[in-house]
Design a protein around this ligand. Sequence first.
Ligand code: HEC
Ligand code: HEC
Length: 176
Amino acid sequence: MSKASVEHRLKRRPLGLILVILAWSLAMGWLLASVTSAHSATPTAEIGTVDVVPAQYQLGQELYLENCSTCHIALPPAVLPTQTWKNLLEDSQHYGAQLKPLVDPPRILVWRYLSTFSRTQLSDEATPYRVNNSRYFKALHPKVELPRPVQIGSCVSCHPNASEYNFRRLSPEWEK
Ligand code: HEC
Ligand code: HEC
């Protein structure tokens, strides 16, 4: 290689680097835009969750649904204390099933979502692993005659849209 062509290559380096950075930022911009537009695409959708989920938690909610509603419906965070969710995310042994543990960054986003929309457990209480034993679940069902024990498969009998993560809509016999 002649001296001139080496110099030429060295001079071109910064331009190459700038192009790589430019391509990267364009790709990230596109990625972010597609993530945000996926949410803003349904602005009039019915709110089916206990709390309205602000934008900064929506990706966490989406990742939660993606990872935790393949074997059963996703439970809303409000039905169990924060400690339960923490332990569930840390444990790959899951009610006799084996879970692939979440890794960061999804894990931290799911955790932020679950911990924000659940409450801490009271100190005198053992950590419940079943909604049937959860006082927060009971608190959301005042005066409701629940099956005993109430299980994850029975939500849909009163919440017909439970599989779409809508626990607001009730079956006709419960509508006031
Ligand atoms: C590989 C399948 C599978 C995946 C994925 C899965 N679960 Fe489960 N989950 C189960 C099984 C099986 C049960 C026990 C069902 C039963 O006995 O009624 C269960 C039960 C539960 C219960 C207890 C419900 C109750 O009150 O009886 C909770 C809470 C729960 N899962 C949360 C999660 C969370 C959070 C995730 C995501 C990190 C998740 N699950 C992902 C299989 C799975
Ligand atoms: C026997 C019927 C019945 C069953 C079974 C049932 N629910 Fe409900 N649920 C209700 C009724 C009725 C309400 C409304 C209570 C009220 O507003 O006083 C309700 C309210 C809720 C709410 C609060 C909704 C809101 O935003 O106001 C959540 C969350 C919820 N249920 C989750 C669940 C889950 C999860 C399961 C299954 C583990 C379940 N429910 C099983 C009847 C039921």
